[in-house]
Design a protein around this ligand. Structure first.
Ligand code: UT7
Length: 332
């Protein structure tokens, strides 16, 4: 999606997860599952579910506010908001517009990106290109997701996997050479949307009594198929961005992967021959927060002191679509 012309750097990050912790034992009260099954098959121990009156935009704003504070940027200088989400507050207006109003950002172009779990990395690539074009100066990108209302609590194969939250970053075009977002690539294959989809609620199957009775407004997934594809496309996206930018795997200091399943991350680590210590994971605490996951993990890694000046960081994600994306960053 972008290649480096000028340096676009991440000035600050932020994240937010709801207070309500739902453990695997709590899930076992809703569906026939166990802490042991969920932990050993996925690595998840607990996840957060947002309150009934807490929408995706509310979580996006909390993460966005923290990123703005961390960046030190005056909010009137932000001229672009991109929110990545597959669970917007409503089909329209965009969640980005709601964030614009709630965060009182007066001078922005605002829109949503729908690339499911790859959304944060897609948003990073798009924002980076728009800043490099010279038409925009500072961007707030947010991955935010309230997955809990679209989970089918009668389907144990999916409802135990996902959680709610938001991750954000403020990007700025700066006169710094050889640092920042070095490049971002993305890809998509929409040939079989049924592997991971929410079939109801759009123009193909508008909401009706029948669609609701058929549970078509819930997330449906062929987990085994997605698992296979995930390892392949994340491995390829990682190799491709390194090759494109002329970096060796050994140059990577930290990998921030999409948090879907620890076995997927371990397979990626093995495939790339990168030790697991170089991966930042929080899947055990938040589950799969879809478009929010890379943003939350990046913020956590930064605040935990895992990212230092000069570090090379690989972001890599995959999700419904299928979509995939990777980005290589040299921290300023
Ligand atoms: O962001 C992208 C989104 N999605 C993903 O990345 C998901 C990718 N896929 C996965 O993570 C894994 O495929 C799952 C975690 C979804 C499933 O793990 P698996 O090792 O592929 O399990 P499976 O689907 O082969 O199921 C094994 C067994 C089945 O029982 P039988 O048929 O062997 O008797 C399932 O019915 O485990 C059963 N099962 C469960 N048992 C207890 C499935 N879900 C559960 C559950 N608790 N929650």
């Amino acid at each position: 999606m972008s290649s480096q012309k000028q340096s676009v750097i991440i000035l600050g990050t932020g994240s937010y997860v709801p207070d309500n912790i739902v453990t695997n034992d709590d899930m076992a009260k809703m569906v026939e599952t166990s802490d042991e099954w969920i932990r050993t098959r996925t690595g998840i121990r607990e996840r957060r579910f947002a309150a009934d009156d807490e929408a995706t935009s509310d979580m996006a704003c909390k993460a966005g506010q923290r990123a703005i504070e961390a960046s030190g940027v005056d909010r009137s200088d932000i001229d672009l908001i991109i929110v990545a989400t597959m669970t917007p507050d409503m089909p329209f207006p965009s969640t980005a517009c709601l964030v614009q109003s709630k965060l009182q950002l007066p001078n922005v172009c605002a829109f949503d990106v729908q690339a499911a779990c790859s959304g944060f990395v897609y948003a990073l690539g798009i924002a980076s290109s728009m800043l490099q074009s010279g038409n925009f100066n500072k961007a707030l990108i947010i991955g935010a997701e309230k997955t809990s209302p679209i989970l089918d609590f009668k389907d144990r194969t999916t409802c135990v996997l996902f959680g709610d939250g938001a991750g954000a970053a403020v990007l700025s075009r700066e006169e710094i050479e050889g640092a920042g977002i070095l490049g971002t690539i993305g890809g998509a294959d929409g040939s079989d949307p049924s592997v991971l989809q929410q079939p109801g609620g759009g123009s193909a199957i508008p909401a009706s009594v029948e669609s609701i009775q058929a549970r078509q407004h819930f997330l449906k997934m062929n987990g085994k198929e997605i698992f296979k594809q995930a390892v392949r496309v994340m491995g390829q996206a990682s190799a491709d961005i390194l090759e494109k930018l002329g970096y060796e795997t050994s140059a990577i200091d930290l990998v921030v992967p999409h948090q879907a399943n620890m076995r997927i991350i371990e397979s990626l680590a093995k495939r790339m021959e990168i030790p697991m210590e170089k991966f930042h994971n929080n899947l055990d605490r938040y589950g799969n927060t879809s478009a929010a996951s890379v943003g939350i993990a990046l913020d956590e890694a930064y605040r935990a002191g895992r990212i230092q000046s000069g570090d090379v960081i690989l972001l890599v994600a995959f999700g419904a679509g299928l979509t995939w994306a990777s980005s290589l960053i040299k921290w300023q």
